[in-house]
Design a protein around this ligand. Structure first.
Ligand SMILES: Nc1ncnc2c1ncn2[C@@H]1O[C@H](COP(=O)(O)OP(=O)(O)OP(=O)(O)O)[C@@H](O)[C@H]1O
Length: 280
């Protein structure tokens, strides 16, 4: 397993209340894997995602380190460790090396900019394309995320799209520069069940096609089991369990993981155990 990034002893404190949102977390993310991060509200999932993306507020106290192993963009195969102390600027660039999809696409999309421009801007900025090529790329991406009429969508404003369509646009923008890592932070939580399933299927397909690594943040253990090959379970800022999806679902070591599973089984017993470890 080749690591894409390696997190060691990461502790994050939001200064406002002084309590630790993440406590001495260490984990590796393998290149090309689909890793789910689960836990109840307030367990530190988003904090981990934001720390990896270098998006935590400047006032946050961050201890520990995140080592990146990024292949050169020039196509040189040699890989080198890039240490980006969590206290300093990240070497990976958000938007280029890391695509981030948030829960609420309305908050991440600019309401007064056309969808086409928002996606084209990522390609223009990070891929060095001219505007015409960047718009052509945006159209291709809108086709890839299966917007019904990509030409019309290019000219549309976010408010003219449904919630699911907006999330597709946000995904298109997130992958426009060909990031190595796609982080989806509760990216389907605001959507109804059918649209949620469509977006999960879309993420799975795009990640496979582009060979991206996926960090899928969710409070929903069933969704996590459906999409991920490994699951990391967080509680109160601690990483309490990490393992393959089949292991975490079928033979959880931690009492909290068992409680999460029991809560799910109490609601809907069917899909979860069938899915564990069976998806490609
Ligand atoms: N900007 C912030 N300022 C102060 N405290 C914060 C901030 N963001 C998160 N926290 C606190 O850090 C802890 C972890 O929050 P975090 O959002 O990472 O958890 P989560 O598991 O993603 O939860 P949720 O699913 O509800 O977003 C919580 O106690 C939360 O209140």
């Amino acid at each position: 397993m080749t690591a894409l990034l390696s997190i060691r002893d990461l502790t994050v404190t939001y200064r406002r209340d002084g309590s630790e949102a993440l406590k001495h977390v260490s984990l590796d993310v393998a290149a090309g894997e689909r890793l789910a991060v689960i836990g109840e509200s307030g367990s530190g999932k988003s904090t981990l995602a934001l720390a990896i993306a270098g998006l935590l507020p400047a006032s946050t106290r961050i201890e520990g380190c995140i080592d990146w192993f990024l292949p050169s963009r020039s196509g040189v195969t040699e890989r080198k460790a890039q240490r980006s102390s969590a206290k300093t600027t990240h070497i990976p660039l958000g938007g280029r090396d890391i695509g981030f999809v948030f829960q609420d696409p309305s908050a991440s999309l600019d309401p007064v900019m056309t969808v086409g421009k928002q996606i084209a801007e990522v390609a223009y900025t990070h891929l060095g394309l001219g505007w015409s090529a960047a718009y052509a790329k945006a159209k291709t991406l809108l086709e890839r995320v299966r917007l019904p009429d990509p030409n019309a969508a290019l000219r549309a404003y976010p408010h003219q799209l449904s919630g699911g369509q907006k999330q597709r646009v946000a995904i298109a923008a997130a992958i426009a520069a060909g990031p190595k890592l796609l982080i989806a932070d509760e990216a389907t939580s605001a959507l109804d069940t059918i649209v949620q399933a469509e977006i999960v299927a879309l993420i799975r397909q795009l990640v496979a096609e582009d060979g991206m690594t996926l960090l899928f943040v969710s409070h929903d253990i069933a969704l996590a089991a459906e999409l991920a090959k490994r699951i990391a379970v967080f509680r109160h800022g601690d990483l309490v369990e990490i393992g393959t999806t089949a292991q975490v679902i079928n033979t959880p070591h931690n009492a909290y993981t068992r409680a999460l599973l029991d809560a799910h089984l109490g609601l809907d017993a069917e899909p979860l155990l069938q899915q564990a470890g069976t998806s490609p």
